[in-house]
Design a protein around this ligand. Structure first.
Ligand SMILES: Cc1ncc(C[n+]2csc(CCOP(=O)(O)OP(=O)(O)O)c2C)c(N)n1
Ligand SMILES: [Mg+2]
Length: 817
């Protein structure tokens, strides 16, 4: 059979072309072998869960060929073969991540923190500086929620546009080659049902960014068929309206079968050129893929596929099809000679046999490396237990524990610590040297192991945000009182002027300079690439920021009002908040989110839901400045560091008067530091944001009746009061009230726990610590709605007075009754 569709690249000889095809096939086979053996490792109990790339190998070979150094990927768990083809995922690593080997040298993706199939490459050096991203393959770290990779993909692609259009943006010469980088996305067919997918598709079409999305279509999402997932059962049909006409705006859309190697290679090359050169987004719908082992190790696909489908999958398995094509391939050269890839099937059989051996050996090596340190650690503990047991009155029980530990064939750290810590229960009444050695070993061991699972939630580098020292705002003698929004605006002006990597965008942020004019005139001054409007799409606004921050830019993404951040909560909590943690500090996204809220009125306009944010956003700093000077200072602090944060400005503060500082763009508000705004001796009142003003007013009334309150502004909810200044105050006043406009049990409960338990203030209290909060329902609209929903000055006064009344009923007579 003469295969006319194959056109070996004119740069390659037939020999070279053949070698490339065979090498590709080898990777496909190797990857499949990993999937097969990986599944076995899970089923025999060596690994907990496995999700593999079987049935999607061949299109990923094609994608890998088009993927150039400097390019970016944001994809999902099926991309095993792609990772192998770009050389970032050798079989040994495959097994290390399956075993959750908690060593970054064994699992460079996440040091065992992520499930297998969650890929990444490293972007930053030990000292926090960027690696040369132009010269490496850049794989942004995967997350599990289906389609969660899409918002970030948009930002990764948008960064190329910025690097192309903003002069001198990459002064270090390591971030971009004139914006020639393509951001490659991958997603499963079923996951295209998710909102973030559609939002990203629309936004990328509007932004005209170099993004290529591959949809790996195996007709299923776990057990659920396309007919329940996608209109017309075809995502490329649905998306047809996005197809560009000629050179008009929109997408280029390709549809290709996932087993057709040559067509795939051709398609990916075309897609790459279109995206790279024209900055036009591309969709590649890769159909007719299979799941040869079902979705994951949790089930088998025989449960939901009928016989015909199973037979069809066998026949259309992309590796089998590629094999068949290699075997049958013949090409007539100019001299009439028939050229073939292989003489006969034995060549392929040999190659397949070798792949099995390679994978088996990699598995063994990886397992041995995983287990070795733990065997040694167990030995150390067994020795100590032995010595301790001989001296102990509870020898029998300790020997039993020892035997239990020794009998575990493949001990993990949980086994070692569980038994070690239990041994101390038997030893509690005894004192001797060996026991002390055992105690110390256990303490040191625990301290050594814990960071493997808990480090890098935040930066641990010198420039971490909590290390940035305060620089006070300075004022001229004749400093004017101005509308506070002018301070924010002029401070952004200073920031934009000195750092061209700073970009500010969001709904209404560009042309009108945000709804409160905190960016007034700045688009005109710095251009549309740096200060700009976006569509109404909170999820992908955050995605834009996240992706661009990963590429070394300093985006400030605006969420117009705090209440609308909940659309973007998924990307914030699952992606941004976990990024540093899930990559063991190897990827960062120093995204600043600017929003406004606090003390507003209405069910969807209250801006008070801090409790939900601080719980979901661990990994992102949550800052609640009481005025615009403090807010501006937070932006200045954050830009000196590389950590993500959300700054919640007070919406009712823009028109209030503040004195304008002279050192705009320079002064900083420290993070994790509270401020005492009024000193007092009788009771400590802790609050933040707009509510603070009410507390100040209430305290004036309180002083009229002889109650001298100390008022502390939290400023920074996450992290909270690193220096434990609130404790000092409670030691003085012995009374504590937390005032918060969030619901009961929201941020106030968090603050109470921090102060009472973590700081240990319970020891110094003479009265029960109290919270004064909003009602549990959403705040009703209007002035009365606010009065009856959120803590009022009356509520604060009475709440504080009640405590004083309880402590001295004679002096502070009851107000009611
Ligand atoms: C938001 C979310 N919902 C549900 C899941 C559970 N889940 C994991 S994979 C998957 C199916 C995905 O199917 P598809 O996108 O077609 O990818 P495939 O596995 O078929 O390659 C589901 C429902 C999840 N990870 N995230
Ligand atoms: Mg699928």
């Amino acid at each position: 059979m003469i295969n006319k569709t194959v056109e070996p690249s004119n740069k390659l000889s037939f020999e070279e072309f053949r070698n490339e095809v065979i090498e590709d096939y080898k990777i496909a086979v190797l990857s499949r072998e990993c999937s097969l053996l990986g599944r076995r490792e899970v089923l025999t109990g060596k690994a907990k869960f496995g999700i593999f790339g079987g049935g999607k190998e061949v299109p990923q070979l094609a994608m890998a060929k088009a993927f150039k150094k400097g390019d970016w990927r944001s994809g999902y768990y099926r991309d095993q073969t792609f990772m192998m083809a770009i050389g970032e995922y050798p079989p040994k690593h495959f097994f290390a991540s399956l075993y959750a080997h908690a060593d970054i040298k064994a699992d460079s993706f996440s040091a065992g923190r992520q499930m297998n199939g969650h890929f990444s490459t490293q972007f930053i050096n030990e000292d926090g500086s960027w690696k040369n991203l132009k010269e490496q393959y850049n794989v942004s770290a995967d997350i599990s929620p289906t389609s969660g990779q899409m918002p970030r993909l948009l930002g990764l692609a948008e960064a190329s546009k910025k690097f192309r259009n903003i002069p001198d943006l990459d002064q270090e010469g390591i971030l971009s080659s004139n914006g020639n980088e393509v951001a490659w996305g991958t997603i499963g067919n079923a996951s295209t049902s998710e909102g973030p997918f559609f939002e990203t598709i629309n936004a990328a079409g509007v932004l005209k960014v170099p993004m290529v999305i591959s949809i790996w279509d195996d007709e299923y999402g776990i057990s659920v068929h396309s007919k329940y997932q996608t209109t017309k059962e075809s995502i490329s049909e649905v998306l047809k309206g996005f197809q560009r006409e000629g050179k008009g705006s929109g997408y280029e859309i390709f549809v290709v079968n996932g087993w057709n190697y040559t067509q795939l290679v051709d398609t990916y090359n075309k897609a790459s050129a279109i995206a790279r050169e024209e900055h036009v987004p591309v969709i590649i719908h890769v159909k007719e893929l299979t799941q040869p082992q079902g979705h994951s190790t949790s089930g088998s696909h025989e449960r939901y596929k009928d016989k015909d489908r199973l037979a069809w999958e066998k026949e259309h398995d992309c590796n089998a099809k590629m094999r068949e094509w290699i075997l049958n391939f013949e090409l007539e050269d100019q001299d009439g000679q028939i050229l073939k890839f292989v003489e006969n099937e034995d060549v392929l059989k040999q190659l397949e046999k070798e792949a099995k051996v390679i994978v088996r050996e990699a598995k063994k090596e990886s397992w041995d490396e995983y287990l070795k340190p733990m065997l040694q650690e167990r030995k150390e503990l067994l020795d100590l237990l032995e010595k301790t047991a001989r001296k102990s009155e509870n020898e029998i029980f300790l020997d039993k524990l020892k035997r239990e530990l020794a009998s575990i064939e493949e001990p993990i750290r949980k086994n070692i610590l569980t038994i070690g810590r239990r041994s101390l229960i038997y030893l509690r009444d005894e004192e001797f040297k060996e026991k002390e050695l055992l105690q110390n070993w256990l303490k040191d061991y625990h301290a050594l192991q814990q960071p493997k699972y808990s480090s890098h939630l935040h930066s641990e580098l010198d420039n971490r945000a909590t290390n940035i020292k305060e620089i006070e705002a300075e004022y001229d003698e004749e400093a004017e009182d101005v509308d506070a929004r002018v301070i924010i605006r002029n401070n952004f002006d200073a920031i934009l002027g000195k750092n061209n990597k700073v970009l500010i965008f969001g709904e209404d942020s560009g042309k009108i300079g945000d709804v409160n004019q905190g960016l007034e005139g700045l688009q005109e001054k710095y251009g549309e690439e740096r200060v700009y409007d976006t569509g109404i799409r909170e999820v992908t606004i955050i995605g834009q920021g996240l992706g661009m921050a990963m590429r070394g830019l300093r985006p400030i993404a605006e969420i117009q009002y705090l209440d609308y951040i909940f659309y973007a909560t998924q990307v914030l909590t699952d992606d941004l908040a976990t990024l540093r943690y899930r990559t063991f500090g190897k990827q960062v996204a120093p995204l600043i989110i600017r929003t406004r809220g606090h003390r507003l009125e209405g069910i969807w306009h209250s801006g008070s839901q801090m409790g939900s944010l601080i719980n979901l956003f661990r990994g992102i700093y949550v800052l609640v400045p009481r005025n615009m000077t403090k807010a501006a200072g937070f932006y200045n602090t954050l830009l000196k560091s590389d950590e993500p944060a959300i700054v919640i400005e007070n919406l009712n503060g823009y028109r209030l008067k503040e004195m304008i500082p002279t050192n705009l763009g320079e002064f900083t508000t420290p993070i994790g530091v509270v401020e005492t705004v009024k000193e007092g001796n009788d009771i400590t009142l802790v609050s933040y944001g707009s509510t603070l003003k009410l507390v100040e007013e209430a305290s004036r009334d309180l002083s009229q009746v002889g109650i001298d309150a100390e008022i502390i502004d939290v400023q920074s909810l996450l992290p909270f009061d690193l220096e434990h200044d609130v404790l000092l105050s409670v030691r003085k006043t012995n009374r504590l009230v937390i005032i918060d406009e969030d619901v009961p049990g929201g941020a106030s409960a968090y603050l109470l726990d921090e102060i009472i338990n973590k700081q240990g203030a319970y020891k110094y209290l003479d009265s029960s610590p109290t919270t004064i909060t909003a009602k549990p329902h959403r705040p009703a609209y209007g002035t009365d709605g606010d009065y009856f929903s959120k803590p009022s000055i009356n509520d604060i006064f009475e709440g504080v007075y009640k405590i004083m009344h309880e402590s001295d009923p004679i002096k502070f007579k009851s107000l009611f009754s």
